[in-house]
Write a protein that binds this ligand. Structure first.
Ligand SMILES: Nc1nc2c(ncn2[C@@H]2O[C@H](COP(=O)(O)OP(=O)(O)OP(=O)(O)O)[C@@H](O)[C@H]2O)c(=O)[nH]1
Length: 278
């Protein structure tokens, strides 16, 4: 397996949507191939893990935005995410979450270079459905985004495909930006690579901002699961998914002030400065 692409930087994905739609469950399912239905977390979580993209190990950060904390980002702030990609989630049994997703897609559409995927979750609850699949598909088409109806409670191949396609697209974009910057050798490119190199060194020394892990429950449990995923079973039949993780992952609790400090939240006015923050 190639490791070269890991020097390129992290792919950053934000998972957004109304509360209770299953953002955490989806993220955990993708990273661990497991469904954890019984925990409640009202904090924003940042998952860091190496995943396989096109045969190469790539560092991925998935920012799981809690819909319940008073401290959480607003829908407007989501449009200012310095992420490479966003997964917008709604629940097929909650019409209001679909409207929330519509609003999010509208805002994210204004963010240049952001890859966005629309996920309709809780497909296993079809008997309680409030949003027809055709409506979700039409919304995604209008936004120019891929669309998948999935269930994080079940082993949906579409869920893995959705994340993998998004990560692969973001990865390709980062590679292309890096090549472009290297070719032009302009001042911004120097700043970008300098920032990245510095970031890498700081992370190698334990990180500029030490991860704040929770003393109990979700973070510790997920950290254990993500770590355990490297030895977990292969993806389910029908999934094109590679094994969830090849290296140990971490989970970090985030608060808004920390997000600004980390550069997860910032203006997207200049594409090069966004890239520099990753
Ligand atoms: N039946 C079913 N339940 C699900 C599915 N995904 C999540 N849930 C349940 O929905 C509830 C909310 O899931 P979470 O993953 O906490 O949702 P969230 O969007 O992260 O919620 P907030 O942190 O409040 O924003 C939990 O009780 C999950 O067990 C699914 O695909 N099917």
């Amino acid at each position: 397996m190639k490791h070269a692409d890991r020097s390129m930087g992290r792919v950053r994905i934000a998972v957004l949507g109304k509360f209770n739609v299953g953002k955490s469950a989806l993220t955990v399912r993708y990273l661990t191939r497991r469904f954890i239905g019984e925990y409640r977390s009202n904090e924003d979580l940042l998952y860091r893990q190496a995943v396989v993209v096109s045969g190469s190990l790539t560092d991925v950060e998935i920012y799981d935005v809690s819909g319940e904390t008073r401290d959480t980002m607003t829908v407007e702030e989501a449009a200012h995410l310095a992420a490479d990609g966003a997964v917008v989630v709604y629940s097929i049994v909650d019409r209001s979450s679909f409207e929330y997703a519509r609003r999010l897609l509208g805002l994210l559409g204004a963010a240049p270079g952001l890859h966005v995927t629309l996920l309709a979750n809780k497909a296993d609850l079809a008997h309680l459905r409030e949003v027809p699949e055709s409506e979700g598909r039409a919304l995604a088409e209008a936004a120019g985004s891929p669309f998948y109806e999935v269930s994080s409670a079940e082993d949906s191949a579409g869920l893995y495909q959705a994340f993998e396609l998004l990560v692969a697209e973001c990865h390709a974009q980062l590679s292309s930006n890096n090549n472009h910057n290297a070719a032009n050798n302009n001042n911004n490119a120097v700043v970008v690579s300098g920032d990245r190199q510095q970031q890498g060194q700081q992370q190698g020394q334990g990180g500029q901002v030490p991860p704040r892990t929770r003393k109990f429950s979700v973070t510790k449990m997920l950290g254990t699961l993500i770590g355990a995923a490297k030895s977990s079973s292969p993806p389910p039949a029908g999934s094109t998914a590679a094994p969830a993780a090849s290296l140990q992952g971490t989970v970090v609790v985030c608060h808004k002030s920390e997000l600004f400090r980390r550069g997860v939240l910032r203006s997207r006015r200049h594409k090069t400065s966004i890239t520099a923050s990753l």
